[in-house]
Ligand binder design. Structure first.
Ligand code: GLN
Ligand code: ZN
Length: 596
């Protein structure tokens, strides 16, 4: 059901009949190999109420259940509740159902009132999606409630989901202080918590009692820790007004002032921020981090890289320049390292997609910005040129989404705290003479909740956070944002509500397909649909970019259109970047003549 089909009228479910024999064969092989249980993950059951449980699925499970009497099936879904689907799922001919009780504990009541007596419950009590130590007392209460209803025979204690989303082992974090470490639990520790909880159900003596006591003491101390709670931040958050979420004037008035200040040509050219993070750049940073280079030396190196990048951009004739982000290892980590309330691991790697791994920061406390984070670099870059220099920041939603987040306050509050810090940075950039500031929000869309009925609430606070971060500037300052995905249909109104002066988006791989969305919605501000794919080393020709831009002009007015690549260039080689950007500038020049 979650697969994407290419043929327009193909219903994915019509493939079920072909798929089932493959599953049956697999089940048989497992049974013959001695397996007693098979867990089937069905995360689609946690999706919308708009996706009703389909009778075909009951038929499918009946077939699977009859493959072998020795094989028992457990259905699992997580990151939310089964919702309206739970009643139907409980009637499937399976032996157990796994519930994510860390995200959706309210499911337990439905389970008890509707599950047939022989059905086992797998109680996902340990949060597998976050790195916090479990409040064992609280989890135990739920477990005991379950036992009262069902007895211990048909109960599993489990993490809420697979442990693929948390780092492997907290014991490897030798540099972390004991207080913070005491609050955390990685995959290995979560397995230990799971076992401890299962033991505590029947045995509260000796080691178990000790562990429970220690856990209770840690939880209590954490609640009031001065390291987490910063009164100043809380007060500032409480004093945020509606006015602070709004630019001084609506976009048309801002546009005029920005044009006077920036004097950009029609179809202005720019890039998304980063230039190649060459092995040189990475090696020098590694040396600096290892203490083999002092700060002055490292900064001198970065200044040289920035100057080279600025000269290159001037040479090929780009209109709005960037400093190149050479000082950043990662667009979230860099900001986390400069903000209070964040911590980092040495080895906390988790898979992000495919074979790519990331080491997300941990947001453990109230967030504030002790001092400017990027101003010196942007100011230096601007001092090298008379062309406008774009300040470059990561947005609050993306910083939140790509970190491990606090579980002791609503996400919206954490996000607003980050937004206030970014707002301070935006203000300082403006005061330092930076006239254009881009706030990247590539994670805005992936933050959408699984269930559509929760979208509105999420989008409301996500949009507000962006507006809080960006609305403190004068009308003359141009705010850009950037998002790297092409599926906007669902959230186009929220994108409009960000009220950024300019948005750059990924489109080249979809041949500007998504511009249809912008046409229908009549996006009022300026847009830079990426004209070439930065994921590929291929150097695009001027003419292909001219034709992409021409198709964009069927939907957008020339006054709205910016010319830029799809995303940042940090993974590319200079050789490709030089050629591609030079061709891109030529493409803009060519087109300017025909629309002027
Ligand atoms: N400014 C960032 C860069 O250019 C944006 C990266 C992103 O959108 N993921 O690298
Ligand atoms: Zn991007």
């Amino acid at each position: 059901l979650l697969g994407k089909t290419k043929e327009p009228n193909l219903q994915p479910l019509s493939l079920l009949d072909k798929l089932l024999p493959v599953y049956e064969e697999l089940f048989l092989q497992l049974a013959n190999a001695g397996a007693e249980w098979v867990q089937i993950d069905e995360p689609c059951f946690c999706l919308d109420s708009g996706q009703p449980f389909l009778p075909e699925l009951a038929v499918a499970y009946r077939r699977l259940a009859s493959v072998s009497p020795r094989l028992r099936i457990m259905i699992a879904a997580y990151f939310g509740g089964f919702g309206e689907n739970l009643s139907a799922v409980l009637q499937l001919p399976v032996s157990a159902v796994h519930l994510d009780l860390s995200r959706a504990p309210q499911q337990l009541d439905t389970f008890f009132s509707e599950a047939p007596a022989p059905l086992s419950l797998s109680a996902g009590l340990i949060d597998g999606r976050n790195i916090w130590r479990t409040d064992l007392g609280q989890a135990l209460k739920l477990a005991e409630h379950a036992i009262k209803k069902r007895g211990t025979d048909r109960l599993f204690i489990a993490p809420s989901c697979s442990l693929l989303h948390v780092p492997v082992d907290l014991d490897l974090e030798t540099e972390m202080d004991n207080e913070l470490r005491g609050w955390l639990s990685f995959a290995k520790q979560k397995v230990e918590e799971t076992v401890l909880l299962a033991r505590a159900v029947s045995d509260r003596s000796g080691n178990v009692a000790q562990a429970l006591d220690a856990n209770r003491a840690t939880m209590l101390k954490k609640q009031t820790s001065a390291r987490i709670h910063n009164e100043q931040v809380k007060q500032r958050l409480a004093s945020v007004t509606k006015r602070m979420l709004q630019r001084e004037s609506p976009y048309p008035a801002r546009r005029k002032l920005q044009q006077e200040s920036l004097r950009l040509p029609l179809l202005p050219t720019t890039t998304i921020g980063s230039f190649p993070q060459t092995s040189d750049v990475r090696a020098v940073r590694a040396e600096f981090k290892a203490g083999k280079r002092d700060l002055a030396n490292y900064e001198a190196f970065l200044r040289t890289e920035i100057e080279k990048a600025v000269r290159f951009q001037e040479e090929i004739g780009l209109d709005l320049l960037v400093h190149g982000e050479f000082e950043r290892n990662d667009m979230v980590e860099y900001f986390g390292e400069h903000l209070s309330g964040f911590s980092f691991t040495q080895n906390g790697w988790v898979q992000s997609y495919g074979s790519r791994c990331v080491k997300p920061p941990i947001i453990y406390g109230d967030v504030s910005r002790p001092k400017p984070m990027t101003v010196a670099w942007s100011q230096y870059a601007q001092s090298l040129t008379t062309k406008p220099m774009k300040g470059m920041l990561t947005g609050p939603v993306t910083i939140l989404k790509w970190s491990f987040v606090r579980n002791d306050q609503p996400l919206a509050d954490t996000c607003r705290q980050i937004a206030l810090s970014i707002r301070d940075e935006v203000g300082d950039l403006e005061a330092a003479g930076i006239r254009v500031i881009q706030i990247d929000e590539p994670a805005l869309r992936e933050g959408l909740p699984l269930r559509r009925d929760e979208w509105k609430e999420y989008l409301a606070w996500a949009v507000d956070a962006f507006r809080l971060a960006t609305s403190g500037v004068s009308d003359k300052t141009q705010i850009h944002t950037h998002m790297c995905y092409a599926e906007f249909n669902d959230i186009i109104e929220a994108i409009g509500a960000l009220d950024a002066d300019v948005i750059s988006i990924e489109t080249s791989r979809s041949q500007m397909e998504l511009l249809g969305t912008f046409k229908e919605y009549k996006y009022p501000n300026e847009i830079g649909p990426g004209v070439y794919d930065i994921h590929s080393p291929r150097v695009p020709s001027r003419d292909e970019m001219v034709s992409l831009l021409a198709s964009a002009l069927k939907v957008l007015s020339p006054a709205q259109l910016w010319v830029n690549p799809d995303c940042g260039l940090k993974t590319r080689q200079w050789k490709e970047v030089r050629a591609s950007l030079a061709a891109m500038v030529e493409a803009a020049r060519t087109l300017r003549q025909s629309v002027a």
